[in-house]
Design a protein around this ligand. Sequence first.
Ligand code: HMG
Ligand code: MG
Length: 302
Amino acid sequence: MTESVRIVEVGPRDGLQNEKTPVSVADRIAFIEALVDAGLHTIEVGAFVSPKAIPQMVNSDQVLRGVDHHASSEFHVLVPNEKGYEAARAAGAKVIAVFASASEGFSRANINCSVAESIERFKPVIDKAKADAVRVRGYISCVLGCPFDGEVKPQAVADVAKVLWDLGCYEISLGDTIGVGTPLKARQLLRAVSGVVPMTNLAMHFHDTYGQALANLYAGMEEGARVIDSAAGGLGGCPFAPGATGNVATEDVVYMLEGMGIATGVDMQKLVAATNAVSRLIGRPPLSRVAGAMNAKQRLAN
Ligand code: HMG
Ligand code: MG
C-alpha cells in the first residue's frame, strides 16, 4: 500500500468549467488562495482553451497572473494546442497539462479531432514546453468508459499513456471522466498502464458520478498509485461528457487518507471554509460528504 500521497487540486479548473453561474476572476483567485492557505500546493487553476468551448475558463491568464506564486505552490493550466500554449506561457505558466482521450468518441466531442490527431497537436506544444523548461502533464480521459463508445479496454489507455510518456510528459493522469469505474476495473487499469509508465508517475483522476471514486482510489493505492486528483467540494464535470458529475471531493480524500495514517498537510476546517465560500458563489451546497457532515455538525453546535 502506498505510504504517501500527493493531491492535485483541480477544483478551480475541472470544478468550475461546468458551472452555469460564472465566477469572476477575483473570486477564482480568492478560491485558489484559500486552497493554498488550507495546505493544497498543487492546484490546476485554469484552461487556455477555446472560449466557445468552455466560456467558464475565459481570463485564465488573469487568474494565473493574479495568484500569489509562493515557492511551495505549483499552478497547472490546461493547454489543447499551440495557441493555448503561447497564451499560457505569456501568462507565466510553468506547468501545463495536455489532454487526450482513450476513446475516439470523446476525443471528437471534447477537442474536435481524433486521438491520433490530438497527439500530433501536442507534439509541437511539448517541444516548445521543453525548450522553455515548462513541465507537461498528460491527461487521458475515458479510461474506464466513454459516454459515446462505451467500454474502454485498459490496453487502449496504456497505448495512449505510452505515447504521452515517450513524448516527455512527467506524469500521466488517468481520467474516469464519467465516473463509471469500479475498484477491480481501476486495479486492472493501473496494472496495465504501469506496464508502460512507472506507477509513481501515474495519477488517478476519478469523477464520482456513481459513488465509486473513493473505493477506486483505494484500489489504486493498493496497487501503489500515489497521486490523486480531486476537487474541493466535489465540484467538477465536463460539458462534453454527458451525465458526468464532479470529481471526487478533496475533503473526502483527505478524510480517508488521514484516517489511514497518511498525512496530507491539509487543514480540514480551512478547506471546508474554502468549499463553502465557492458553494455560495455558485449557489448550491457542496457534494462532499465530509463538508456536508462538518457543516451539519456546525449547525447543531450553533
Ligand atoms: P476547433 O474548433 O477544432 O479549433 O477546437 P480551431 O483551431 O478550428 O479554432 C476554432 C476557434 O477557436 C478559433 O476562433 C480559434 O482561434 C479558437 P474563431 O476564429 O472561431 O474565433 N481557438 C482558441 N481560442 C483560445 N484558446 C485556444 C484556442 N484554440 C483555438 N487554445 C479546440 C479545438 C481544442 C480548441 C476546442 O475544441 C477546445 O478548446 N476544446 C477544449 C475542451 C475542454 O476544455 N474540455 C474540458 C477539459 S478536458 C476535461 O475536463 C477532462 C479532464 O478533466 C480529465 C477527465 O476527467 O477525464 C482533463
Ligand atoms: Mg475531469
